[in-house]
Write a protein that binds this ligand. Structure first.
Ligand code: ZN
Length: 382
């Protein structure tokens, strides 16, 4: 229990460990003493959670960084990001590149495998140090088989056993997870939802994804599709979506959808970066289109609030960089359309981890669900 708490938190004070494990302070002291004696944990100075008094750092406990490392791989629709961290959640090395992952799984996996080689060399690690690898993909993932559920959403990965292929290429144990679920976990562990337990996360980027946290844990549903808010219908006669339906939230609110409308009116190709620049400059048409996207997101979030009653909704992804231009219409729509008590319970905030959220979530998941990987040393100790 103590090792699990330390894996989830990175570092914790003895008092915090006693609280989360419900063990007595003296039992915790004995266990921590044993872990330090066995070389599995170390002490360091830090700020205990919930105590923000400046200048009062306490003695914190962390798992020994040399006890193992986690690898995280994040595929977006347009990028690849890979990182390695130690068990105290410190990122040791990281790589990223632009990549169109929609087209080819084998190209993506080849690139990820090169990056893994590079960061292992840079951080002076070998494969024996790796506890597990989590790979995020922007599609619903079958929670048992680790395969992409809906081929139309990520066509380049049709029929691919993503976890099996990646494990074989990297020669390491790989688990596959939906990217927005990873974003949710990252914002819970380090970001805007820290300390909360009922959380919804929306990734509004070139697609629209969602992840749900219930009781402090990822809620995946029976097959792994829970939280797919991007494919809920908000306009019955709206545009046709890549999932085969019409009027999905994603067809109205993704950066792809907004940029496409703006490209038509400005008669030039608009990238996501240009879209955000125009929003920051206060361009009227851009503000109007992002506002429309926000209202569509708000309708979907209002329905979500009625159903899962979260304490916090975190808006992440590229379009969240537009800030209040996107957030204000979401808040207005939730205030108007959700049950008043559900709307009152919910704080709607922007994610703080930006484009690294999903990659950090992959690292967090290795720690949160370490039972999914073989890790003899720590398992024996536990
Ligand atoms: Zn759809």
């Amino acid at each position: 229990m103590v090792i699990e708490a330390l894996r989830e938190r990175g570092v914790a004070s003895r008092a915090e460990l006693a609280r989360v494990t419900e063990l007595s302070r003296s039992t915790i002291s004995t266990i921590v003493g044993d872990l330090i004696g066995d070389g599995l944990a170390v002490e360091r100075n830090g700020q205990p959670e919930g105590e923000s008094h400046a200048g009062r750092p306490g003695v914190m406990v962390a798992l020994d960084p040399s006890a193992g490392v986690a690898l995280g791989i994040d595929f977006g629709h347009r990028h690849l990001r890979v990182a390695v961290s130690d068990l105290s959640h410190t990122v040791l090395a990281e790589r990223w590149c632009e990549l169109d992952v929609d087209h080819s799984a084998s190209e993506g996996l080849a690139r990820a495998s090169e990056f893994v080689e590079e960061i292992m060399v840079e951080a002076n690690l070998d494969r024996d140090n790796v506890i597990g690898v989590v790979m995020g993909l922007p599609a619903p993932i079958n929670r048992v088989s680790g395969t992409v559920q809906d081929a139309s959403i990520l066509p380049g990965w049709v029929g691919i056993d993503a976890a099996g292929e990646a494990s074989a290429r990297l020669d390491l144990p790989v688990a596959v997870e939906n990217d927005a679920n990873l974003g949710a976990l990252a914002e819970l562990t380090w970001g805007a939802a820290r300390g909360r337990s009922e959380v919804a996360y929306l990734k509004v980027a070139s697609g629209v994804g969602g992840g749900l946290i219930s009781g402090g844990r990822l809620a995946r549903g029976v097959g792994g599709t829970a939280g797919e808010i991007g494919h809920t219908v908000v306009a019955e006669r709206g545009p046709v979506c890549r999932c085969g339906n019409r009027g999905c939230l994603e067809t109205l609110a993704s950066t792809r959808a907004v940029a496409s409308l703006l490209s038509q009116s400005r008669r030039e190709e608009i990238s996501t970066r240009r879209l955000l620049e125009l929003a920051a400059e206060g361009d009227a048409a851009t503000g109007r289109l992002i506002g429309d996207a926000g209202r569509a997101v708000g309708v979907a979030v209002a329905n979500l609030c009625n159903i899962v009653n979260p304490e916090c909704v975190v808006i992440g992804g590229d379009l969240a960089l537009a800030g209040d231009v996107l957030l204000d219409p979401i808040r207005d729509a939730v205030a108007r359309s959700a049950i008043p008590s559900a709307a009152a319970d919910t704080e709607i905030v922007v994610g703080v981890l930006g484009e690294r959220a999903e990659m950090l979530g992959a690292l967090a998941l290795v720690m949160h669900e370490s039972e999914r990987f073989a890790s003899p040393g720590l398992k024996d100790a536990a």
